[in-house]
Design a protein around this ligand. Structure first.
Ligand SMILES: [Zn+2]
Length: 359
């Protein structure tokens, strides 16, 4: 059980952490700049920009209580211990080995923790947060340094999204004004597609994601066309001929799934292509990225599928299934705009990486 917990947590955490995978220079000083456990049980960190973090959780043993720790590159100068309060027994800053910094939070014995729900989230290129516990009684914040201090660089942020949300996920650059992409939001109009938990409709979800995706790719100098911009009834052949007529470089159809019998335990993401290594590569790139923003949701893989829109388009074409609207885990996420934005971002990243590699 312990092993299971640890592995599972690591999978969740490492996912978010590895998003920030820019190379960091080999420097000796610690990448940890400031940390604070707030009175609501949230740990906030400030690091050097583009730092790779690794986080771990371990259940109590004979020597220690439950522990959560984060490893940072760069060596800590002064190892130290800080006495906690409330559920926190002690905080230790150390160097587990040369050139590394480790921040350990040890909890008191009777603390109720749910590590499986923990998410370390990048707020910015140098700020992170994770909710560790809910204080039972009043908890006094503990910390060192200023976690909110950061270099403001808002002027050249033309992005339509809050910097804090997406800055840490950098999209690759491709040649400007060279590529043309057709995004196809599935269904529409009288055909709502899948209907999920709480009446959530596929047509609405995929249209919003497609519009965000269009903006993200447009910002990268790509010519993006949507097969539909609103709730219209659009048959499949016009979607295909639209893409074929403008001779798009790639075609991406976006859908959400429903399981037979509306089983709430079925969740997962999958991406289809019809033929060719280019289609397959595009599908693989997108699938990899959408999984990263959907931790815990099963990887149903990259598959060949005979869907009309990918079978009849002449360019590399994929059909992305971004999750199950009937699945408990996926539906809860897909109803939120924040998750839709993340998915749009992920699909954009997959597309850009493909274009960068292949065309
Ligand atoms: Zn669909």
């Amino acid at each position: 059980m312990k092993k299971f917990l640890d592995n599972k947590l690591f999978r969740y955490l490492s996912f978010f952490l590895l998003l920030n995978s820019a190379i960091h220079p080999v420097k000796s000083s610690s990448a940890l700049a400031a940390w604070e456990i707030k009175s609501n049980g949230v740990l906030e960190l400030r690091t050097k920009s583009n730092t790779n973090l690794k986080a771990y959780f371990q259940k109590a043993n004979q020597l220690y209580g439950d522990r959560f720790w984060v490893d940072f590159p760069g060596e800590l100068k002064n190892p130290r211990k800080i006495i906690g309060n409330g559920q926190i027994k002690e905080i230790r800053l150390g160097k587990p080995n040369k050139g590394k910094t480790r921040l350990v939070i040890e909890f008191k014995e009777d603390t109720y923790l749910k590590p499986l729900t923990w998410r370390l989230v990048g707020l910015d290129e140098n700020r992170w947060k994770i909710k560790l516990f809910t204080p039972q009684y009043s908890f006094k914040k503990i910390g060192e340094g200023l976690v909110v201090k950061r270099i403001e660089n808002i002027k050249n942020q033309k992005s339509i999204y809050k910097k804090s949300d997406y800055h840490y996920l950098k999209l690759p650059d491709v040649k400007q004004n060279k590529f043309s992409v057709v995004i196809d939001p599935g269904h529409g109009g009288p055909d709502p597609g899948a209907i999920g938990i709480g009446g959530i409709r596929e047509t609405d979800v995929v249209l919003e994601i497609s519009k965000i995706l269009k903006n993200l790719l447009s910002e990268k100098g790509i010519k993006v066309r949507l097969t539909r911009k609103n709730e219209v009834d659009l048959d499949l052949p016009p979607r295909v001929s639209f893409a074929n007529n403008i001779d798009a470089d790639i075609f991406v159809s976006i859908h959400a799934n429903a399981s037979r019998g509306k089983r709430r335990d079925i969740n997962g993401l999958e991406t289809f292509y019809y033929r060719g290594w280019r289609g397959r590569l595009l599908a693989k790139n997108i699938q990899k990225q959408i999984l990263r923003v959907s931790p815990g949701s099963p990887d149903r893989g990259v598959k060949q599928g005979r869907f009309y829109v990918i079978k009849n388009t002449r360019m590399p074409a994929v059909l992305v299934e971004i999750g199950f609207l009937t699945g408990r885990l996926d539906a809860r996420r897909l109803e939120k705009t924040t998750h839709r934005k993340r998915l749009a971002y992920a699909i954009a990243k997959g597309i850009l990486e493909y274009l960068y590699k292949v065309v």
